[in-house]
Write a new protein. Structure first.
Ligand code: GTP
Ligand code: MG
Length: 350
């Protein structure tokens, strides 16, 4: 089925040739049960959560976990995913082989140590108009560019929960950057989601879509907007957080297993207990804080935007300024030219 839907020829054919029944311990009956539960491929099973799968296929949690581990083993044996234990030198090699995608602004890329990266979830959060969706639109354009030009030479999956994706804007950004807009537009798969259950379903099948569209970048603009709107009121908070938790864990597993970059955007909520500094914090509480590898806070700063690294395992806690113009996210002209001059004068001083 995946084979027929594939739109790109260059992806790994091993993944698509694997069937659920190739997994040790899974016969036709279990394969059917899994398919009925929406688990259509080995990758879907490999990233499933054992608690949810147990309920979906009416089995014990232990059997569900055994199936998931068997699927992961098959992917490892087929060299599609990494071994469970790696020596640190190989782990470093793997980190070095990860891809990075430019945000469109060199200063913002520098803040991210080279752009948004695969095997990670990068969260941009900030108030309305702070530039979250504009960065997402720009990434759609840069992702299609060759690796040597800061792209990943790949397709993009854009999940739009707020109805703010504009293909015209992508076209404008591509034109302003002198790029082939027709080719870029063809490589973006957009999905407009209408409610939280729809979003959860899309995320559940994301492994399949990533494969179908040969995407290395998945953008989810407004990761919790729908859950936030639907689960209003304190009584339903625990339920909302539990559903968000399960969805976000799936996203992290996908990013790591399939070596894809995931970019999510989030809103802010006011934190009235803050006496000093900016009284806003990311919405979604601890669950979201723990699921994002990198958290970048965006703020309007006059005509421009300020981006600040708030949480990261290895980025320094620094900030930078960038702007939004017809090229999407872009450098502030006077800042880059003064930087260039500084570098130039430093070179002559030496
Ligand atoms: P919410 O989704 O409302 O939370 O905000 P957001 O952070 O996603 O804001 P978004 O990225 O949509 O930024 C909107 C801002 O980007 C606008 O206020 C404009 O300043 C700027 N912007 C949007 N489109 C264009 C454009 O075509 N050209 C230029 N120059 N600026 C634009
Ligand atoms: Mg937006």
């Amino acid at each position: 089925m995946i084979k027929e839907q594939r739109s790109t020829p260059e992806a790994d054919t091993d993944i698509i040739n694997l069937e659920l029944q190739d997994i040790e311990g899974i016969g036709p009956t279990t394969a059917k049960k899994l398919k009925d539960a929406g688990i259509l491929s080995v990758m879907d099973l490999a990233v499933a959560s054992s608690d949810e799968l147990a309920v979906d296929i009416n089995a014990s949690r232990e059997s569900a976990a055994t199936f998931i581990m068997a699927a992961q083993k098959l992917l490892r044996d087929s060299r599609i995913i990494e071994k469970e234990f790696l020596t640190a030198d190989i782990a470093l090699e793997k980190r070095r082989s990860m891809l990075r995608c430019s945000t469109g602004s060199q200063t913002l890329d520098e803040l991210l140590l080279g752009g948004v990266e695969t095997q990670a979830v990068t969260e941009f959060y900030g108030e309305f108009g702070s530039g979250k969706s504009q960065i997402c639109h720009t990434l759609c354009v840069t992702a299609r560019q060759p690796i040597q030009s800061g792209g990943m030479d790949t397709g993009v999956i854009y999940i739009d929960t707020e109805g703010t994706f504009r293909p015209e804007r992508v076209e404008q950004i591509a034109r302003a950057r002198g790029l082939d807009h027709a080719h870029i537009l063809k490589s973006i798969a957009v999905c407009k989601v209408y409610n939280s259950s729809h979003l959860e379903l899309i995320i559940k099948d994301l492994g399949k879509y990533v494969n179908d569209f040969n995407a290395k970048l998945v953008i989810i603009d407004g990761i919790i907007s729908l859950h936030r709107a639907e689960f209003a009121g304190r009584g339903t908070l625990a339920d909302r957080q539990q559903r968000l938790n399960s969805m976000l864990h799936k996203i992290i597993r996908l990013a790591e297993i399939f070596n894809i970059a995931v970019v999510i955007t989030n809103q802010v909520q006011s934190a009235p207990d803050t006496f000093f500094g900016d009284p806003t914090k990311a919405a979604g509480g601890n669950i979201l804080a723990h699921s994002s590898t990198y958290r970048i806070y965006l703020r309007k700063s006059g005509e421009n935007r300020l981006a600040k690294v708030m949480d990261s395992p290895y980025h320094p806690y620094s900030d930078t300024r960038f702007t939004i113009n017809e090229k999407g996210a872009d450098d502030i002209e006077e800042e880059t030219s003064s930087k260039r001059n500084k570098k130039g004068s430093k070179a002559t001083d030496d």
